[in-house]
Structures are given as structure tokens and as C-alpha cells.
Design a binder for this molecule. Structure first.
Ligand code: ASP
Ligand code: MG
Length: 407
């Protein structure tokens, strides 16, 4: 007998009929002799509606009340799923975050889980009850409701699995698993059997939307095995787990793209201590995260600086940079929103050389100009003109031998 945590996303519980399907699958897992904890998101679209209501009510809603509001979607789905399981003859009980409790810090709308009490859940499991937990929400130590950021139910599920020492945390979703790249762009993309935590972290931060980044950090920290799989069939999906030797033999595991960034260049910046701080401090004070940064070799006491910011923050960032650039006596600011970041990811890069140059050659062969490059131990990212995104992903997928052999 195992302890299984299953998390169902919004699309899997989007209608009453779909909730019935989820209940049948949960019941099947229970009938197989497992203890089951289910974590659910709000029904599809509900959280967006709540966010829109808050926006409509006032320009700067109180952060506390915002979380009271946006967490309410999950209250509906846990109750409906529990009712359905009960009507099928199972013992089931719903829990909101504060009822468990799932303790977090007080950073409303992006709170971090600190501690989960296992007392209530253990008692229910002992009595044969299926426990249904509201994802996305917790409570701070003062009893205020908190939420964990959009997509936060993934993190709820992994954290519950860690706290209860579950055997597996299944993330049941509308895709079959984690793919070598976006199958909508490359039909030859294939589902990975397994992927290491570090690779999944890179993929998630580079644009893959399968799992919330924090859930992967949590899984890595506590060694939770995460199984991403379809809620519509029983096919095995992708295991997110500790790195093994087999993973290292693969040069590149996956290719991602991201069109959510924009590029800003500051021209002819006087090259002296403190300049970068003056340029970037206003951005960090406004909570704008800067991603790739390139500083050119200094020429006659001047240098150019180029960096990327999230496209959603572009206008604000540009204004701040223009102000800062005038203050430090730079020549001017140029910007470009039509960029894409293409990345190759794989733990095999640690032990193999020539991977970056193969990426550059592959792009060059297609006449694609590389505007910026950044690397980490297990990834290489290139910024290119966004009109070449699909082409770049396709040729790289092929060049690194990821195209599935068609049978
Ligand atoms: N319902 C929340 C959201 O839409 C949490 C989740 O789906 O994971 O972001
Ligand atoms: Mg999700």
C-alpha cells in the first residue's frame, strides 16, 4: 500500500462532468489499496474571473483581501469533488489551507510555504478517508489567508507530498507529460520518460508551463518524485526526479522558447565604477527582474550595455532606464520587443563539450542572427528575432537528435 498525492489542474475539474471523471480516477486509486490525498485547483477560468473582479473593484486592492478573494475558487472545487466521492460511497473530506494548516509567510499573492501540519490528514487517512485539499492557498501565523502565486496548486501538492512523505506526487493535467519541445511547433517532439529536477527547473524558468517553478524547487529540496501525466488516460507520463547516469549520456534533453521578454540597450555608457548599479537599481526597486545582461568591451572609456526584461514590464523599465541613462551621461537608449529566447537544456552538457558551438552553427546555417547569449552549467540560451522562433526550435530539435523516429 502506498500514499499517493494526486493533483488535478483547473481544466481537469472544469465542469461537473469532469469532476465526476476525476472522482472515478481517485476512487480507482483508492480501490487499488492506496491512501489518497487529492489536491485540486479552481475550476478552469475561475481564478481569472476573480482576479478580474478585484481589478474592477479598485485600482490597488488590499493584498489581504485579494488573497481572500482569489483563493475562493478552490473552495468550490474541493467541496464538489468531496460531495461526488461521498455520493459514490467513499469517505471523503475537504480541507482549505488554514484547516490543515498549511503555514506560509505573509507575502500575499506570492506566499512561501513554511510548514505543513500532518496531524489532521493522518487521522483521516487512518480512518480510510480520501483527503481533498484546496490547492494554491495557506495561512500565515496570524490566521490570514495567503496564496502561492498563479499555478500554485502544483506547489501545494508537492509540499503536501513532502510533508506526508508520500510515495509519489502525481500531477494530472491536460498534457501527457514533459516533451522535448512544444509539440505544436515540432510534431516530432517526444514525451520524456524522466527528467532531472535541475533540467525541469531550467525548462520551467525558460518558458515551459507544465509545472510551477516553486513546485520543482520544493520537489528537489525534499526529494519528492513528481509524475506528470494525463488525467484522461493511464499512460505513464514523465517522472521528475533525481539525476541518474542515464540522463547524463543525453547531450540535450529539451528545447524551450520564450517570447515574453524585451531587449533594452544603453549606448555609450561612461565606463566607471557604480554605473551598472545606477542603471539597474531603479529596476530592482520597481521589482522588475532583469534576465540576460551583456556589457561590451570598453572602447575609449565608453561601453554599451544590453539586457532583457519581462515584456509585461517593458514600458515601465524603458522609462526608468531612459531617466537613469540621462543621469549617467549615456548617449541614448535603444529597445526591441520583437525578440525570442531559445534555449537548449540538458545535464549532459556538464560532461560534454561542443554543445554551444553546435547550437550556434545550427542557427547560422539557417541565417538566424544571434543577438545575445547566456549560459549556465546545463543550458545555453540565445536571443534571436522572434520571427525565427519556430524555425530555430525545429532545426535545433533535429540537430540534437531529438526528433522521434517515426514508425
Ligand atoms: N487556481 C490557481 C490559478 O489559476 C492555482 C492553480 O491553478 O494552480 O493560478
Ligand atoms: Mg497549472
Amino acid at each position: 500500500m502506498a500514499l499517493v498525492v494526486q493533483k488535478y489542474g483547473g481544466t481537469s475539474v472544469g465542469t461537473i462532468e469532469k469532476i465526476r471523471n476525476v472522482a472515478r480516477r481517485v476512487a480507482r486509486t483508492y480501490d487499488d489499496g492506496n491512501d489518497v490525498i487529492v489536491v485540486v485547483s479552481a475550476m478552469a477560468g475561475e481564478t481569472n474571473k476573480l482576479v478580474a473582479l478585484a481589478d474592477e473593484m479598485c485600482e490597488f486592492p488590499s493584498e489581504r483581501e485579494y488573497d481572500v478573494l482569489v483563493s475562493s475558487g478552490e473552495q468550490v472545487s474541493v467541496a464538489l469533488l468531496s460531495m461526488c466521492l461521498q455520493s459514490m460511497g467513499y469517505k471523503a473530506k475537504s480541507y482549505l489551507g488554514w484547516q490543515i494548516p498549511i503555514y506560509s509567510d505573509s507575502a500575499f499573492s506570492k506566499a512561501r510555504i513554511e510548514e505543513i501540519s500532518d496531524t489532521n490528514i493522518r487521522e483521516d487517512l487512518r480512518s480510510g478517508t480520501i483527503v481533498v485539499v484546496a490547492g494554491f492557498q495557506g495561512t500565515d501565523r496570524d490566521g490570514n489567508i495567503t496564496t502561492f502565486g498563479r499555478g500554485g496548486s502544483d506547489t501545494s501538492a508537492v509540499a503536501v507530498a513532502a510533508a506526508l512523505k508520500a510515495d509519489v506526487c502525481e500531477i494530472l493535467t491536460d498534457v501527457d507529460g514533459v516533451y522535448t519541445t512544444d509539440p505544436r511547433i515540432v510534431p516530432e517532439a517526444s514525451k520524456m520518460e524522466k527528467i532531472s529536477y535541475d533540467e525541469m527547473l531550467e525548462m520551467a524558468s525558460l518558458g515551459s508551463k507544465v509545472l510551477q517553478i516553486r513546485s520543482v524547487e520544493f520537489a528537489k529540496k525534499f526529494g519528492v518524485i513528481v509524475h506528470v501525466r494525463s488525467s484522461l488516460n493511464d499512460n505513464p507520463g514523465t517522472l521528475v526526479m533525481k539525476e541518474d547516469e542515464e540522463m547524463e549520456t543525453v547531450l540535450v534533453s529539451g528545447i524551450t522558447y520564450n517570447k515574453d521578454e524585451a531587449k533594452i540597450s544603453v549606448m555609450r555608457v561612461p565606463d566607471m565604477p557604480g554605473i551598472a548599479a545606477k542603471l539597474f537599481s531603479p529596476l530592482s526597486e520597481s521589482n522588475i527582474s532583469v534576465d540576460m545582461i551583456i556589457q561590451n568591451v570598453s572602447h575609449e572609456g565608453y561601453t554599451d550595455l544590453t539586457f532583457t526584461v519581462p515584456r509585461t514590464d517593458f514600458k515601465k523599465a524603458l522609462k526608468l532606464v531612459e531617466e537613469a541613462s540621462a543621469k549617467i551621461g549615456a548617449e541614448g537608449v535603444e529597445s526591441n520587443q520583437s525578440i525570442a529566447k531559445i534555449s537548449i537544456v540538458g545535464v549532459g552538457m556538464r560532461s560534454h563539450s561542443g554543445i554551444a558551438s553546435k547550437m550556434f552553427t545550427t542557427l547560422a546555417d539557417e541565417g538566424i542572427n544571434i543577438q545575445m547569449i547566456s549560459t549556465s552549467e546545463i543550458k545555453v540560451s540565445c536571443v534571436i528575432d522572434d520571427k525565427y522562433t519556430e524555425l530555430a526550435v525545429r532545426v535545433l530539435h533535429q540537430a540534437f537528435g531529438l526528433d522521434k523516429v517515426q514508425d
